[in-house]
Design a protein around this ligand. Structure first.
Ligand code: ARG
Length: 409
């Protein structure tokens, strides 16, 4: 048995350095055993080991593999409302394998899965790492924590069905235990629902559902175990309570007020506005079986969320790319870039939310989010300059994960 290392050389016309925002000419990226060993640009020509595999992408621009900080790989928008009950539980894991493959081919080489039943995201991650199925690198949250009867509980069934999420807690002590349980079974980030939401029954997006001391217990306990935290929060009070509690990323952020934006900037809290999915839900939700009350909530949330995204971007809040894929079809993640640009962000800043910013918010700058020595060899190639036309990211010409061509090329 020989243990030979595998070297891959990627060449392209241009490379986007997301930190400086500069386009560099003639990149040569050498990837050894999945990690970037060297990056040369311009006239610098690196030594290419004999026998290296070549991935030549003439005419293309390469950017770091994209990161979506808010997906649900087990969810499928096709089965809205009660229509999902026709399937057995393992159906959701089986179809999630297809969703994972689609996500990867779309250029998203890393995703954070912020909530799934049955620890399915942990199993998906393991199956991808073992090479049985194709998919992105996954940072799993397993079950989302929350209040009994809140957005992250089971809210669609009558009491005789006795459906209760195992991650509900109704005091700081209970929620601490829920953090430990999720970590025990594979969670690498802790997700908590701080307010009501759109796609649950008998909850209001604008209304807070956990007390600040409960949110603080979740944040403190997760941090104690060296885990990051993410809060689902639409309403202004819930958003501010989650920021003050020390939650690392606030998701949805729909009704954030000026004080919330100021607090987030002061604390360095990351904000993730899922501004694409409104289009999909309003166009397809009814046909997919989404209940009228949920579509009505989407109407109330969508417009304000986009305006507030623009305000927060202008104010200089720290932003991550969070799309809530699963509400719209997996693989369409990059469509959110154009909406972010439409509502006030530059293309470069939008690309940063899904690369360098996301890596920082994950605490994984050493692994993902930039094309630099030591990082995973995760790259996306596009046909022109994405800092001029961000929609190019919707049609990647090639996707490389860990030095392997997984799409196009
Ligand atoms: N999971 C979120 C919820 O149910 C999705 C919100 C989607 N709508 C939006 N405008 N971002 O609350």
């Amino acid at each position: 048995q020989t243990t030979s290392s595998e070297t891959v050389v990627v060449t392209a016309d241009r490379m986007l350095d997301v930190q400086s925002g500069r386009l560099l000419d003639q990149p040569v990226v050498v990837i050894t055993d999945g990690r970037i060993a060297s990056v040369a640009t311009g006239n610098a020509r690196p030594l290419i080991p004999a026998g290296a595999t070549r991935i030549d992408l003439p005419g293309k621009t390469i950017v770091p593999g994209l990161i979506d900080m808010h997906v649900h790989l087990t969810s499928n928008p096709k089965y809205g409302g009660y229509t999902g009950l026709q399937f057995t539980d393992s159906f959701w894991v089986a179809q999630a394998a297809g969703n994972a493959a689609r996500t990867l081919r779309a250029g998203f080489t890393t995703v954070r899965n912020v909530g799934s039943d049955n620890y399915a995201d942990v199993g998906l991650k393991q199956a991808i790492e073992e090479g049985w199925i194709d998919g992105p690198r996954i940072v799993p949250a397993a079950y989302a924590l929350g209040a009994t009867g809140g957005h992250c509980d089971e809210t669609f069934l009558p009491p005789s069905f006795q459906r209760v999420s195992p991650a509900m807690g109704d005091s700081p002590e209970e929620l601490k235990k829920r953090v430990r349980e999720q970590r025990k079974y594979g969670a690498e980030v802790i997700k908590v629902c701080a307010t009501g939401g759109v796609f649950s029954r008998n909850t209001e997006p604008g209304i807070q559902q956990l007390h600040e001391e409960e949110l603080k217990a979740v944040a403190d306990e997760a941090h104690f175990w060296k885990l990051k935290t993410a809060a689902h929060a639409h309403g202004a009070e819930g958003i501010k309570a989650a920021i003050r509690a020390g939650i690392d990323t606030i998701e949805h952020v729909s009704f954030i007020d000026d004080e919330g934006i100021r607090l987030a900037r002061e604390r360095g809290t990351w904000l993730g506005f899922d501004v694409y999915n409104t289009e999909y839900t309003l166009a397809e939700g009814k046909a997919n079986g989404v209940l009228p009350e949920n579509i009505e909530k989407e109407r109330r949330v969508g417009t304000l969320q986009r305006e507030n995204f623009g305000r927060a971007a202008k104010a200089g809040a720290r932003m991550i790319f969070s799309t809530d894929a699963g509400i719209y079809p997996h693989g369409d993640n990059a469509r959110q870039f154009a909406v972010m640009v439409r509502f006030g962000m530059t293309p470069l800043d939008a690309i940063r939310t899904a690369t360098w910013n996301a890596a920082q918010a994950l605490g994984r700058e050493a692994d993902v989010g930039s094309i630099a020595v030591g990082r995973f060899g995760d790259l996306v190639a596009v046909d022109g300059d994405p800092t001029r036309d961000v929609t190019l990211l919707e049609r990647p010409a090639a996707v490389v994960k860990g030095g392997h061509l997984v799409a196009g090329g």
